[in-house]
Design a protein around this ligand. Structure first.
Ligand code: ATP
Length: 214
C-alpha cells in the first residue's frame, strides 16, 4: 500500500502566489524586522549615517562598494538572526541549552559583522582624513543637514506610540533635507541608499501603527 505524500498545508494567503507576491512577502519580512527588532533599528540608523558620510566624502569605488556591502550584509545577518529567534521560540517554549546556543551563535554572527564594519569604516575615514580636513565647507554643510536628517530617521524607528502626523512630518522633513544634500552629493548611490533606508523606516513606522502587537 502506498502512503500518500504529505501535502503542503494551505495557509490563508494575503496575496496571490506569483512573483510579485514573493517580493511582497520578502518586503513584509524586512519591514517587520525593522519595526520589531531593536538591533535592526540601530543598524538602520547606522546605515543612514554611512549613507550621509558616503555622499559627503568623495570615496573611491572600492571604499564605496565595501561600505554598501557591509550595510547590506549586516541587514542580511540581522534578518536571519531574527528568523532563527522566531524559529527557536516556535519550537522551544522553555529554557533549553541548545536553544540558548542557537540564539547566541546567531547573535554572534551579527556582532562579528558589525564590529568588522566599524573597523572598516574607521579605516576608510582615517585614510580620507586629509580630504575631510580640507573640505570644511562641504563637511559642515553635510553635518548641518545630515544630523537633523538622522534625527528624523530615529523618530521614524522609535517604537513609542505617537500620532501619524509626527511620522509623516519626520519622513517629509528627512526627504527634504536629503534633497538639499543631493545636488552636492559626492555619490548618488549613497544618496539613493539613504533615501531607501528612510522609506524602510517610514514603512516600519506604518507597520507598527497598523499592527501594534508583533
Ligand atoms: N528558550 C531559551 N532557552 C535558553 N536560553 C534562551 C532561550 N531563549 C533565549 N535565550 C537566551 O536569551 C538571549 C536573548 O534571547 P531573546 O529571544 O530575548 O532574543 P533578543 O533579546 O531578541 O536577542 P537579540 O539581543 O539578539 O536581539 C539568547 O541569546 C539566549 O542566550
Amino acid at each position: 500500500m502506498t502512503v500518500p505524500a504529505p501535502s503542503r498545508p494551505q495557509f490563508p494567503s494575503r496575496r496571490s502566489n506569483g512573483l510579485f507576491a514573493s517580493f511582497g512577502h520578502a518586503w513584509a519580512g524586512l519591514i517587520h524586522t525593522v519595526a520589531w527588532q531593536r538591533n535592526m533599528r540601530i543598524h538602520l540608523i547606522s546605515g543612514v549615517l554611512v549613507g550621509l558620510v558616503g555622499s559627503g566624502i568623495p570615496l573611491g569605488l572600492a571604499e564605496k562598494v565595501t561600505l554598501i556591502f557591509c550595510v547590506l550584509l549586516i541587514f542580511f545577518a540581522e534578518i536571519l538572526n531574527s528568523a532563527l529567534e522566531q524559529l527557536v521560540d516556535l519550537a522551544v517554549q522553555q529554557f533549553d541549552e541548545k536553544a540558548r546556543l542557537t540564539k547566541d551563535a546567531a547573535a554572534a554572527g551579527v556582532l562579528v559583522l558589525a564590529g568588522g564594519t566599524v573597523v572598516i569604516f574607521a579605516a576608510i575615514l582615517i585614510n580620507y582624513w586629509e580630504t575631510v580636513r580640507t573640505s570644511t565647507d562641504a563637511i559642515f554643510r553635510q553635518v548641518a543637514l545630515g544630523l537633523p536628517l538622522a534625527g528624523c530617521a530615529t523618530v521614524l524607528v522609535l517604537p513609542q506610540p505617537r500620532p501619524a502626523a509626527v511620522d509623516v512630518l519626520a519622513f517629509l522633513l528627512a526627504m527634504g533635507l536629503l534633497a538639499l544634500t543631493a545636488p552636492t552629493s559626492a555619490s548618488l548611490v549613497f544618496t539613493v541608499l539613504t533615501a531607501a533606508l528612510l522609506v524602510i523606516a517610514a514603512a516600519a513606522a506604518r507597520e507598527r501603527r497598523r499592527h501594534p502587537q508583533p
